[in-house]
Design a protein around this ligand. Structure first.
Ligand code: GLY
Length: 410
């Protein structure tokens, strides 16, 4: 154990010193941070609970915009148009897994249940994966209920209705086809939603879902990336011949910039595709998209938390995106297992060090508000959720901590 810790410290030091910026190594106490998350969840539940002890399960926590001036979550109605609605139920299920607290479990059930109808209506967009798998999927890990499985399988079938066989990907945003003249658009974030399709195919759903997910991942790999492995946010395709028309951005700084969260979705996405397929092409690609992210991170950030977009000309004065760091740390903890050897150990060291940095007062909300983390950026070009607490940062932070804990136990 001590040996492993020393190796990780050495590897991290190698990473830090090869950077233009020197990064102070932090230590990570996983149990302490899991306890911190549970404390914040209880504070949030206290804040959300009505005087009569009930909750409005149809309102899901989304963001806290004013750092320490606002304590509680801004909530959004439970509906398909709100892509973040599955994260809070997922956080509650994960908290139940770490604490066994029955009150948290009851809240998890209530907030999850409010999303059920989304599985049985025409698919609004690709985010049904985030919505239903981060909620019902995490719940299923706890209760193995047939009812939950049915909701997930129906959601996966619903997502499949957006698959275009001529292009070979899912249409991410049907609503953006007309306004932007993007006949078929696929966004990098969509990679995350393949998780639900793969899972469904493996767990009693239509086996074809596996083929659709693999085709989406392969088509995306061919068209959505620049030669160095950095990704566009949006790939626009021709619906007649299936060809790529262009790569553009929607939430990034520029069409050719590295929007940190977009790249983080690619890292997590291809790692997860390898989990289900065991196809080395995807493992190699997961490393390629990771390595270009880490290279740019070292060049642009003063720590392991990226700027919201690595090409923002303000440099280190630009807002950060803690959420991207959470997604990357989480993904690296999985990827390092598949990669092994020195490279895997380096990924692990970077992941743990990222979590350690996120777990300092610089990033943790602490008593300032009820979220876990501050300093995420949602949609900078729209002026929305800049340098804020955002629910998905907390979700992936907790998922990563739980993954780190499982690794340590082994
Ligand atoms: N999926 C939207 C985002 O990452 O902001």
């Amino acid at each position: 154990m001590i040996k492993t810790k020393r190796l990780i410290a050495l590897l991290f030091a190698a990473f830090a010193f090869s950077s233009a910026i020197s990064i102070q190594a932090q230590t990570l106490d996983i149990d302490r941070q899991l306890k911190y998350c549970s404390t914040q969840v209880h504070r949030a539940l206290d804040e959300l609970r009505h005087k009569d002890g009930t909750y409005d399960y149809t309102m899901q926590p989304r963001n806290i915009l004013n750092g320490d001036r606002q304590k509680g979550w801004n909530c959004r109605p439970a509906k398909a148009e709100e892509w973040c609605d599955g994260f809070w139920p997922g956080i509650l299920w994960m908290t139940y897994q770490t604490t066994g607290d029955e009150a948290v479990r009851r809240a998890a059930e209530g907030y999850t249940e409010s999303l059920r109808g989304i599985a049985y209506q025409p698919c609004y967009d690709h985010d049904i994966g985030f919505l239903m798998f981060c909620s019902y999927g995490k719940g299923y890990e706890v209760n193995h209920s047939r009812e939950y499985k049915d909701v997930i399988l129906a959601s996966a079938d619903s997502l499949a209705t957006l698959f275009n066989p001529i292009v070979g990907t899912i249409l991410s945003w049907p609503r953006e086809v007309k306004p932007h003249n993007w006949p078929h658009n696929t966004i990098m974030d969509n990679m995350m939603n393949l998780d639900m399709m793969f899972w469904a195919a493996k767990n009693g759903g239509n086996p074809l879902l596996y083929d659709l997910a693999v085709t989406h991942a392969k088509t995306t790999m061919l068209n959505h990336f620049r030669p160095d492995g950095s990704c566009y946010h949006v790939a626009v395709y021709d619906t007649i011949n299936g060809n790529l028309i262009k790569g553009v951005t929607h939430q990034g700084y520029a069409d050719n910039s590295m929007w940190a969260r977009g790249q983080s979705w690619a890292i997590y996405g291809y790692t997860m595709v390898y989990r289900y397929t065991h196809n080395k092409v995807f493992l190699d690609f997961a490393q390629k998209v990771t390595d270009v992210y880490l290279k740019r991170l070292k060049q642009t950030s003063d720590d392991l938390i990226p700027l919201w977009d690595m090409d923002d000309p303000r440099g280190t004065k630009a807002p950060k995106d803690a959420s991207a760091a959470c997604v990357v740390a989480d993904a690296l903890l999985e990827l390092q297992e598949y990669v092994g050897d020195e490279k895997g150990a380096e990924y692990k060291a970077i992941a743990l060090q990222t979590l350690a940095q996120l777990s300092t007062p610089k990033y943790q909300s602490g008593k300032r508000n009820v979220s876990f983390l501050m300093h995420s950026t949602g949609h900078h070009p729209a002026g929305s959720e800049i340098d804020a607490s955002i629910i998905y940062a907390d979700y992936y932070y907790l998922e990563a901590l739980m993954r780190a804990k499982r690794l340590n136990v082994r």
